[in-house]
Design a protein around this ligand. Sequence first.
Ligand SMILES: [Zn+2]
Length: 420
Amino acid sequence: MENYQASENQPGLVERFLRYVQIDTQSDPQSTTNPSTEKQKDLSRVLVQELFDLGITDAEMDEWGYVYATIPANSEKSNIPTICFCSHVDTSPDVTGAGVKPIIHRQWNGDDIILPDDPTQLIRVADHPDLTSQIGNDIITASGTTLLGADNKAGLAEIMAATAYLLAHPDIKHGRIRLLFTPDEEVGRGTEKVDIAKLGADFGYTIDGESLGTLEDETFSADAVKITIQGVSTHPGFAKGKLENALKIAADVLAVLPKDALSPETTEEKEGFVHPTRLEGNQDKAVLEFIIRDFTEVGLQEKETYLQNQLNDVLANYPGSSAQFVVKEQYRNMKDVLDQHPAVVDNALEAIRRAGLSARRRSIRGGTDGSRLSFMGLPCPNIFAGEHAFHSRQEWVSVQDMQKAVEVIVNVAQVWEERS
Ligand SMILES: [Zn+2]
């Protein structure tokens, strides 16, 4: 592996990143243990050791694989909120993360990037519009057969480099800072075993976003709906006028959903959807599962009422049949919480601007650990880490974007100190 010339401002950033991505930390949605895969602790342990090496005395990994650590305050002010920087150690179950061979494409000239271990995996500017602003930068990719794991090891490396920088520059004043590295974000269980009391932070930032300069302070609000249809079952040979086939009732419900709206494949930006995710059953009984998404609680409610009405209309054609309609809350738009603490977003936007970037606010068509943490009492927007094309073999990140992210993390700490 090549040595990267580390800039003074980014102690060990690239070296750390290259080291972390070569540790396989894939999580497993089928597993019921915490963490879902033991190998995630391999990276958590490395992080704890590296934090000790930097001089952090309280770094620890708990039994679930969560890493907690403190950068002590060095400011005289006593009223600075404790802020937390958070990233996840696991990588997506979608693509293997075993045997990652990171490659640095130095001073990339704009040509398609060929991944040597599978030349059919071409990274083209046409498919990755964010690459147009990366010409001349150093792009890191995997070799074609694995994901890279920049999601979220870019965030880990950036937080670690920012920690090293803050410890080496006591002239930069800041309050108490907590670091939190979590397992199992990719399987939706990253906050399951977080100890918020032990973390003891007032506000948090996940460093897990995409493009340079972006801050995400909005997520979907999300519910799941489970419809259990009870049909009228008879022997098919003696069924005339009696059988009401639960599978056909379920199919009727799916058939009345609009073809040109209200689905993931027909919506974007701030539009929500009603999305069937699973169908199983027989003529007697069928279960139909949906996920419902919207940015507002009202929109979520409207979509559920819509689905319930469609179901009732269908059932009107099957007088002997019935259905149960059960809504389960999944997560809520973090903006509802963040709006009550405007300094959290404002200070991050200021930190991004101080890094010489134009700050852009975005919403996420999904949930993050931050949306769950926000509702657990830790308001927590998401700052860019530079990750792109995540969960794919074409995943990439640029060294220069990662350097900017380190700068932003340091600035966030500084802005909170100044404004407290
Ligand atoms: Zn992530």
